[in-house]
Design a protein around this ligand. Structure first.
Ligand code: MG
Ligand code: ZN
Length: 343
């Protein structure tokens, strides 16, 4: 599906180029701002990049001979939703639809919470002779945008700590990530437990056991409050300068977006439920908001934000005019030799 180089820094070529482009654009803007003796301000690079495709292409050609240094930066925790963010569909719906149980699902949907319904649907699949192998075969065919995996690999190779917060389940997500060969890129998965029982039936349980106690959040479904997960992640991040980037599409991603801080970034999928909720009153989200429409834009925006944070981490270099060259050189020196081109 995609190719990678043999370099120790295992970033897909296209992603390297994008990252370099963003880094250099930010560097140029930073240097320009400094040269003008103006206060460094946030620059809207998105319009530059997306409205000038020829310029991007020019940079891609120019920079294709370089490689990125390993672990350019760290200090970013990237939190991904799974359904319609990493994969391009809802994995629950995908399995039910592909195995021909859509009508039963729609019939039962008004009668119970989604999480309970999925466990019930797995019982129905089992009783109708659908095996775990049938479910796995369907999961292996789940659609995803071809730029999502390179984006994940690039973010990981650049030192980001990648985590998943999803209302799907561990069984679906593990099966898909392992099949795609990207399981090891994630340090943590927060989702509903899923396991195969002794009868060979898939069980799907709630992340919060709402039969025992409510999680207390009125924005979220009873089985999972993603905002509480984000709070736990924030509490576990000891360093002051760690920053979160959160990517999601659904209404369940709105609660965590309200937990993000000013230094963080929210990446809602444009024209999806979380985008619509944020648009109603963007001022309640403290984090910078950067929308994306598909996997290609997800990659562009994510690498842009990582490079922006990277440059801000490197800002001590920019202390005087004579150091401007130092910064440029330090970036260039980090770029090695020839890069094997993708077939
Ligand atoms: Mg989602
Ligand atoms: Zn919540």
């Amino acid at each position: 599906m995609f190719a990678t180089t043999n370099y120790p820094c295992n970033i897909p070529l296209e992603s390297k180029i994008l990252f370099l482009f963003h880094s250099f654009t930010i560097t140029i803007n930073t240097l320009f701002a400094f040269h003008c003796k103006t206060k460094l301000r946030t620059t809207n690079l998105q319009s530059t990049i997306y409205t000038h495709p020829n310029r991007a292409l020019f940079f891609r050609k120019k920079l294709s001979f370089f490689n990125l240094p390993k672990q350019i930066m760290s200090g970013i925790v990237v939190v991904f939703d799974f359904d319609k963010t990493i994969v391009d569909v809802d994995s629950d719906n995908w399995v039910v639809d592909e195995l021909g149980f859509t009508d039963l699902f729609n019939q039962l949907l008004p009668t119970m919470p989604w999480n309970t319904l999925m466990d019930t649907m797995m019982k129905e699949l089992h009783s109708h002779g659908k095996s775990i192998k049938d479910i796995e075969e369907v999961l292996h065919k789940i659609p995803l945008h071809p730029r999502v995996i390179p984006a994940i690999k690039a973010a990981h190779a650049l030192g980001c700590d990648l985590r998943i917060v999803s209302d799907a389940n561990t069984y679906f997500i593990e099966t898909i990530l392992k099949h795609l060969g990207i399981r090891e890129y994630f340090s943590e998965m927060n989702t509903n437990p899923g396991y195969v029982n002794e009868e060979g039936r898939l069980r799907i349980l709630p992340y919060h056991d709402f039969n025992k106690a409510s999680h207390g959040c009125t924005l979220c479904p009873p089985n999972m409050c993603k905002g509480l997960v984000i709070k736990r992640i924030q509490d576990s991040i000891s360093e002051e300068d760690k920053r979160l980037i959160y990517l999601g599409d659904g209404s369940g991603d709105y609660c965590p977006s309200l937990r993000l801080k000013e230094k963080d970034f929210m990446m809602p999928r444009k024209n999806f439920p979380v985008w619509d909720l944020i648009c109603k009153d963007p001022s309640v989200v403290k984090a910078e908001i950067h929308g994306w429409s598909d996997g290609e834009e997800l990659e562009q925006v994510l690498l842009q934000l990582i490079s922006k944070v990277s440059m801000e981490h490197n800002s001590p270099f920019i202390t005087s005019d004579c150091k401007l060259q130092t910064l440029s050189l330090s970036v260039l020196e980090a770029l090695p030799k020839a890069l094997p081109l993708r077939p």
